[in-house]
Design a protein around this ligand. Structure first.
Ligand code: AMP
Length: 189
């Protein structure tokens, strides 16, 4: 299996690139943000629980995320691999992912980290706020999400660097050029 983690701050272009990677390498795209937004749209018990957390730009608890991921992985034993987009976002989530994949005789093959500076991220997220109806795309929540990224998620860069599977790709420029750079990294895994 080819199991990829697409890593980066909010606004780095993970969603856009994950779709292209999933299509080219025939992987199952798992976007935890999309899964949670779908639960909110259905007004499911889970959706009702997480809505205010997401609207504040905070992280949903590790337990909830790990349960979601476990379900998805167990339901898709037939796939060629996964592309994880927006997960893991904390060290405990990364540890849990490792254990879950190990239980299936698998592992994270590689991590691709999209590098984009804060100024560009804020510009992109404010533009997206105008284009999408996402309730967490407004200036105050955007700043909060970047703060949460820096404190809780960024430490994963060192975690995966120590595991020897971190690869950084510049996330600024034309979408297809960035995609080519990502493919060059993946093709070496
Ligand atoms: P995203 O679409 O990936 O930017 O996710 C939108 C929001 O969903 C985040 O700001 C978090 O509130 C929540 N979320 C998504 N993935 C995770 C995760 N792995 N851990 C905790 N919260 C998450």
């Amino acid at each position: 299996m080819l199991n990829l983690v697409l890593f980066g701050p909010p606004g780095a272009g993970k969603g856009t690139q994950a779709l292209k990677i999933a299509e080219k390498y025939r992987l199952l795209h798992i976007s935890t943000g999309d899964i949670l937004r779908a639960e909110i749209a259905k007004s499911s018990p889970l959706g009702l629980r997480v809505k205010s957390i997401i609207d504040r730009g905070e992280l949903v608890s590790d337990d909830i995320l790990v349960d979601i991921l476990r379900g998805v992985i167990e339901d898709h034993r037939e796939v060629k691999g996964f592309i994880f987009d927006g997960f893991p976002r904390t060290i405990p989530q990364a540890e849990a992912l490792k254990v879950m994949l190990k239980g299936e005789g698998q592992q994270v093959t590689g991590v691709v980290s999209l590098k984009v500076n804060d100024e560009e991220l804020i510009k992109r997220l404010l533009n997206r706020a105008l284009e999408t109806g996402r309730s967490d795309d407004n200036e105050e929540v955007i700043r909060k999400r970047l703060q949460v990224y820096n404190s809780s998620t960024k430490p994963l860069l060192d975690y995966y660097r120590e595991e020897g599977i971190l690869n950084e790709v510049v996330g600024i420029g034309p979408i297809d050029v960035i995609f080519q750079d990502i493919c060059t990294v993946i093709d070496k895994f």
